[in-house]
Ligand binder design. Structure first.
Ligand SMILES: Cc1ncc(COP(=O)(O)O)c(C=O)c1O
Length: 383
């Protein structure tokens, strides 16, 4: 790989063949990396930046930023809900939802690998004082029976004051730690129906709901229908630099606004950010199916390598999780040295996430680099 500040010439070979591709990119040198760490690395496109620069703005804490107001209306309408609140991050959106729906001591049911459990800094305990009951889902998808089991059985011999009051059931679609798992609408309805029967409030962490829609063809609106609130993120794969929305009934979102302010999420001329989100919805959302296809191509090529463990049926959207027959940290470091950036996970696990800044040729190049690293590791073990 030859790098210059403005132009990169890369000579890459496809897996198991002698075909050479010469790629030429006219981009900044920092962009020469094929960055598969996350879809949060997507950068605002030039026209998105233009939309941000020309956004009409006001002070959103006084509710007079017209671009934020337009985004909130747009997202509420898209998801078939009454109202929405624009917040800086998906974590804040989820945490506001948990706080809005619960009282300290309440029980929240959700998958054991949910982002809310694993990756929000213990926010649910610290900010809402809730207890979490992690369910043993398969790739992030649990069953109605799991919910029923977790709630236990009411009986006059069991004092109802002993357990934490179950209040909230959360689903995640797509499921990040599960490997971008897409819930089927039927299964999602079955789980939500059990939650409703048990008087639970329902929240969907739809940070990548767009990807679930791109992969399944089920609209965001249909996916959102059974839930009281839904979190969606504009910073995951859509190129927007920042921003999420919590969507739901008007009184619930009014209460959520209080916690947005309490958590320090009150922003002023945030129309600049909302403009990026609107641009992303109008222009980038429709392109996500390409990332789903690229994830499949990457997964199928990797699965053909005998040093890779990957069940391609688990690759359902833009995330590819796989195992390598070497230390995943060493694998990630060696790939990084050759221009592919990925996150190791555990002893052998690796995550690669496809997104709009990854070209079709990047996928070919990434597979080639990963295969070379694995081949070299195998050869050194044999030698
Ligand atoms: C499923 C899911 N929910 C929530 C979040 C949190 O989003 P943010 O990074 O904007 O806080 C993420 C982040 O990647 C995520 O994957």
């Amino acid at each position: 790989m030859v790098r210059t500040s403005g132009t990169i010439l890369q000579s890459v070979r496809t897996v198991g063949s002698v075909r050479h591709l010469v790629r030429q990119r006219t981009i900044h040198s920092s962009d020469s990396m094929i960055d598969l760490r996350s879809d949060t690395v997507t950068k605002p496109s030039a026209p998105m930046r233009q939309a941000m620069a020309s956004a009409e703005v006001g002070d959103d804490v006084y509710s007079d930023d017209p671009t934020v107001n337009a985004l909130e209306e747009r997202v509420a309408d898209m998801l078939g809900k009454e109202s929405a609140v624009f917040v800086p991050t998906g974590s804040m959106s989820n945490q506001i939802a948990v706080r809005t729906h619960t009282e300290p001591g309440d029980l929240v049911l959700l998958d054991r690998h949910a982002h809310i459990v694993l990756n929000e800094g213990g926010g649910a305990a610290a900010l809402s004082g809730v207890t979490m009951r992690p369910l043993a889902g398969a790739c992030g998808v649990f069953t109605p029976e799991d919910v029923i089991q977790a709630l236990g059985r009411a009986h006059p011999f069991n004092p109802p004051t002993l357990p934490s009051p179950p209040t909230l059931l959360c689903l995640e679609n797509t499921h990040n730690s599960g490997g971008g798992t897409v819930w089927s609408l039927e299964h999602l309805h079955a789980v939500c129906a059990v939650g409703r029967e048990r008087d639970l409030t329902l929240h969907l962490d739809g940070a990548r709901l767009w990807h679930a829609t791109a992969a399944s063809g089920v609209s965001e609106r249909d996916y959102s229908e059974p839930f009281d609130t839904v979190n969606v993120c504009f910073s995951k794969g859509l190129g927007a630099p920042v921003g999420s929305a919590l969507v739901g009934p008007k009184p619930v979102i009014e209460r959520a606004r209080r916690f947005k302010q309490q958590y320090g999420g009150g922003m002023r001329q945030s129309g600049v950010l909302a403009a990026a989100a609107l641009y992303a919805l109008d222009h980038h959302r429709a392109e996500l199916s390409r990332d789903v296809e690229n994830a499949r191509r990457l997964a199928e090529s990797l699965a053909a390598h005998d040093a890779v463990g990957l069940d391609t049926s688990t690759v359902q959207s833009n995330i590819v999780r796989f195992e390598v027959k070497m230390d995943s940290g060493v694998f990630a470091t060696r790939c990084h040295e050759r221009g592919v950036y990925m996150l190791p996970n555990g002893q052998h696990g690796v995550r690669a996430v496809l997104h709009r800044d990854i070209t079709d040729a990047d996928v070919v190049a990434a597979v080639d680099i990963m295969s070379t690293v694995l081949d070299e590791a195998q050869a050194s073990r044999v030698g």
